[in-house]
Design a binder for this molecule. Structure first.
Ligand code: CUA
Length: 325
């Protein structure tokens, strides 16, 4: 694996045991920003302490000096300088951080990302992998882009893996995505980084980064799935709630649009706007169907108050409809 040049400060801190291994594609960038701010702060700490010491010594009380020395009370150039330099420096910090932040948030996942549904709840994590295997362990593949779709059933949690240098909130009422590529095979701790009540500090899980796809596949196959997969759950919820009465899954238009192949598509809405059918749109269309009406249909669907996990199931089911031939 190619290694980026180590920022010296990160080396120093890593040597002192402060920085965990870098196990994701963005870790080096985050450490670079950290190192930049760290050494910038260290430099100014030294300058300020030194200047303080010099002035304390230079203007100390002495028997020969009873009155303050005459000094100018204003210097415009000096004031511009000590406003301008910090302004320039924080702008540099802003630019450097923004570059890394954008690489985290707007990077398109490469070909065939591994998408995992993540649910945070007080006080545990659940991970549903493609193929139906779910549990409190996240499994990924080194070198393969990963997309985590985070949900919460109660309060705000935050999924944090120090080795990945990544953190993303799981917010009740919406879905957040987290896109990155793990690079270093191994097992790392997942922590909750948003205070969520009594057992917040114990809201831990593990992420296993498999060295290759074959290793992941054999894990995903082994053992029986103890409960129904998200797709099966979604199909059951879809049937039990009578959704199929208005929404066909074979492309036939009904009272409502057919849901075959709808996932990821740009849908025309009444009024001319379009919306991409993603997690948040499906969620809204279940809980508040009147918010966005597909062009050519009427606002007749009642809100369906589904549980969070049932909505995740319906989403997984809709995704499976796209993959089906
Ligand atoms: Cu969940 Cu803190």
């Amino acid at each position: 694996m190619p290694r980026s040049p180590e920022p010296i400060s990160a080396l120093v801190l890593a040597a002192a045991g402060y920085l965990p291994a870098r196990a994701s594609s963005v870790a080096a960038g985050v450490d670079g920003v950290f190192a930049f701010i760290f050494w910038l702060s260290a430099f100014f700490l030294a300058v300020i302490v030194l200047a303080t010491a010099i002035f304390v010594w230079r203007y100390r009380a002495r028997p020969s000096r009873t009155e303050p020395e005459a000094s100018p009370d204003h210097d415009t150039r000096l004031e511009l300088l000590w406003s301008g330099i910090p302004l320039a420096l924080v702008l540099v910090v802003f630019a450097v951080s923004t570059k890394v932040y954008l690489s985290m948030t707007s990077s398109e996942p490469g070909s065939a990302p591994l998408e995992v549904q993540v649910t945070g709840r007080r006080w545990s994590w659940r991970f549903d992998h493609p193929g139906g295997k779910g549990g409190n362990e996240l499994h990924l593949v080194a070198g393969r882009p990963a997309v985590l779709v985070l949900a919460s059933t109660d309060v705000i949690h935050s999924l944090y893996v120090p080795e990945f240098r990544l953190k993303q909130d799981a917010v009740p009422g919406r879905y957040n995505r987290m896109t990155f590529t793990p690079t270093l095979p191994g097992t790392y701790s997942i922590l909750c980084a948003e205070y969520c009540g009594t057992n917040h500090s114990r809201m831990e899980a593990a992420v296993v980064v498999h060295p290759d796809q074959a290793s992941f596949d054999s894990w995903a196959r082994e053992g029986v799935v103890p409960e129904e997969s998200l797709v099966e759950l979604g199909r059951r919820v879809f049937t039990d709630n009578g959704c199929v009465g208005c929404h066909s899954v074979d492309g036939t238009p009904g009272v409502g649009p057919s849901l075959k192949g709808i996932w990821g598509r740009a849908e025309k809405l009444q009024g001319g706007a379009t919306v991409v059918v993603d997690e948040n749109h499906v969620r809204e269309s279940i809980l508040a169907p009147g918010a966005k009406i597909t062009a050519g249909y009427d606002d007749v669907m009642p809100p369906i108050p589904l549980e969070e996990r049932d909505i995740q199931g319906v989403i997984a089911y809709l995704q499976s409809l796209k993959e089906a031939p």
